[in-house]
Design a protein around this ligand. Sequence first.
Ligand SMILES: Nc1ncnc2c1ncn2[C@@H]1O[C@H](COP(=O)(O)OP(=O)(O)OP(=O)(O)O)[C@@H](O)[C@H]1O
Ligand SMILES: [Mg+2]
Length: 466
Amino acid sequence: MSDETTRPAKPVGGSGPGRDGPMRILVVDDEEIVRDSLRAWFEMEGYVVGVAPGGKEALTFLAEGHWDLFILDVKMPGMDGLELQRRIREAFPLAVIIIMTAYASVDSAVQAMKEGAHDYISKPFDPDDLERVVRNALARRDLEEENRRLKTNIEQMWRFDEIVGRSSPIQEVLDLIRSVAETDSTVLVRGESGTGKELVARAIHAHSRRRYMPIVIVNCGALPDGVVESELFGHERGAFTGAQYQRKGKFELADGGSIFLDEIGDVSSKTQMVLLRVLDERMITRVGGNRTISVDFRMIAATNRDLEAMVAEGTFREDLYYRLNVVTIRMPSLRERKEDIPLLTEHFLERYLRAMSRPPLVFAPEAMDLLLRHDWPGNVRELQNAVERAVVICRGSRIEPTDLPFAGAPAAGPGGRTLADAERVHVEGVLREAKWNISQAARALDIDRVTLYNKIRRYGLQRPGE
Ligand SMILES: Nc1ncnc2c1ncn2[C@@H]1O[C@H](COP(=O)(O)OP(=O)(O)OP(=O)(O)O)[C@@H](O)[C@H]1O
Ligand SMILES: [Mg+2]
């Protein structure tokens, strides 16, 4: 799922106050009489109303806070309604927009609807017409939000079923997911890259009482110190240069749901401190704000790093480590559960055949044999990519060894039989023992460093973690 951080809004009634206070409506029209009468009418109904005589003036209102509903004249001098609508969509993707048009400009109204306006109304109209249009538009918006919420849930459910595996290590993981899902405990998911850590986090959320609320994903590895607080806790308008609008942070968006902190082993010491505080206090303050907001979240974190070693060498806070390490789920590498390879292969094969609308394909026994012998440093993700690639390049009705990415290259591990295979395995082993100290490894191999570099390049050897 892409950054699904938008939480489902609380339902907004057909009219009158909704959300956290009265609904806010902005009316934009160059005719004063229209502005005045709409303002009077909406205020009588209990809405907060802003009016602007043109697009340019409307933009200053946009910067001023949240608006739920916009009523725009399509034909105005300067910036017309269509252009304004685009600007509004950028600032408030979920806002309801209604276009007012004169009989002669129905074409523009149609264009506006294509670009996401909810409805239009022809001038002149009486208040009853407008009320009906507003009610319908709000009801449709609620329906859209409901759909979006349901769709997210269905995807999450489906993803749980996606954890494929019959081997006992993966069955143990599934058992643990089921029992931990019911609790609110912090969960730390560990395992090599591509073993399915994110899948597990989503499954826990999907099976918890929080499943109707969002799971917010934070890639901690990509959080520079300068933006940590505004990303996690949000900011008020004007908190810093460029903070044009108030914005909620990840923790606030996760309120009632779960927050998944991915790559937790890669965070700076500043971020570690910030996280420790929010885990303890369960409160946040937006940057530039002075109100503390309490947030109710379930924390799931993941890492492929050796946190214990990091604690020992002082690069990961011990207190944070203990807060995170309440329940740990260890994802087995694919190497440790090779019996799942045929099942996973079948699963991905079906998925890609369906996605690419291709007729059925099977793996030749020799190709399956290669899959079973491969070492899978990239785990399930590597297997998934290999299957996708095979489906794309396979010409016949059987996937052959040559359709696999590692067919030509020597297999990692003890699989290959050529001299080059043996050399590669040996060089890799010596490098590992020497902790990739090139001079030391070259001495052990009794070759010079340039020759060693050439072999590293030829066999595509990679220092772990690079
Ligand atoms: N048991 C599984 N069954 C089916 N698909 C899986 C399984 N495990 C992982 N996958 C798939 O493999 C890919 C990698 O999984 P995921 O992103 O959860 O791994 P990860 O451990 O978070 O990796 P990284 O550490 O690199 O972020 C995803 O496309 C996921 O759907
Ligand atoms: Mg991941």
